[in-house]
Design a protein around this ligand. Structure first.
Ligand SMILES: [Zn+2]
Length: 246
């Protein structure tokens, strides 16, 4: 589909990334991490090219308000100039809670029925808190996810995931969140399985001296004193702590 100037709807990937980086990976009005790209200056119908400076991020709710004229163009321009995620320092969305303890799959390693799927030197990297009352869901928290330089990029706080606005790139496609440290450099890829659990498909993390490297082949852990622990498949079921590095 094109506009009257023959401009395609599809925005090139590098332009999208520039818009995401400028907006802190969230809706400029509410910092929601699920968003759409909106040509606001000029509107798409009058755009002759995809200019990152004229495109902003709006979540589906804010976007619908804009389309229904419940939001002024002035308000969108103001928000674009001072994006909500930069103010909060993160963009966020929620996870569907689970009625049973959520599973966590760390590359090749499946952790089920664990209160603390991953702990590093007593630091609860991944934690599952009990339901607050009958019928209420479990809460998953991740004091995650440091990149390969030990810089945090993503947290989960009681089923709300937050991506830090100063990360190099965050891309949400379907139920997957991919965090990159630089071009072609994946620091983390998570896939949410709503109501069930969390899959860490890739990770390159440095935490308390431990380097944790996960990819489709499995999970490799390099302790600070040297050596290597290799996990190629495996299940840890029904224990307080799933994987403890000390
Ligand atoms: Zn919004």
């Amino acid at each position: 589909m094109t506009n009257e100037f023959g401009l395609q709807r599809n925005i090139p990937a590098d332009v999208k990334r520039a818009v995401r980086q400028r907006c802190g990976f969230g809706c400029v009005l509410c910092a929601g991490a699920i968003f759409e790209y909106e040509h606001f200056n000029p509107p798409f119908a009058r755009a002759r090219r995809h200019d990152a400076a004229g495109i902003t991020l709006l979540c589906p709710t804010c976007h619908a308000k804009k389309t229904r004229n419940l939001l002024s163009e002035r308000r969108v321009r103001e928000a674009n100039a001072a994006p909500a995620a930069l103010d909060k320092r993160y963009a966020y969305s929620d996870l569907e809670g689970t009625q049973a303890k959520p599973f966590v799959r760390l590359a090749g390693l499946l952790l089920r029925n664990c209160d603390m799927p991953l702990e590093i030197r007593g630091f609860p990297v991944l934690q599952i808190e009990a339901a607050e009352g009958a019928g209420s869901p479990y809460a998953l928290s991740a004091r995650f996810f440091f990149n390969a330089r030990g810089v945090p990029s993503l947290f989960i706080r009681r089923n709300e995931w937050q991506v830090l606005a100063d990360t190099w790139d965050v891309e949400v496609v379907g139920a997957s969140v991919t965090i990159r440290d630089g071009p072609g450099n994946i620091a983390l890829r998570l896939r949410f399985e709503p109501g069930e659990g969390l899959v860490v498909e890739r990770m390159e993390m440095l935490c308390a001296g431990y380097r944790v490297s996960g990819n489709p082949d499995g999970l490799d852990i390099f302790p600070p004193g040297g050596g290597r622990h290799v996990f190629r498949g495996g299940i840890s079921d029904n224990c307080k702590v799933g994987l403890s590095l000390n």
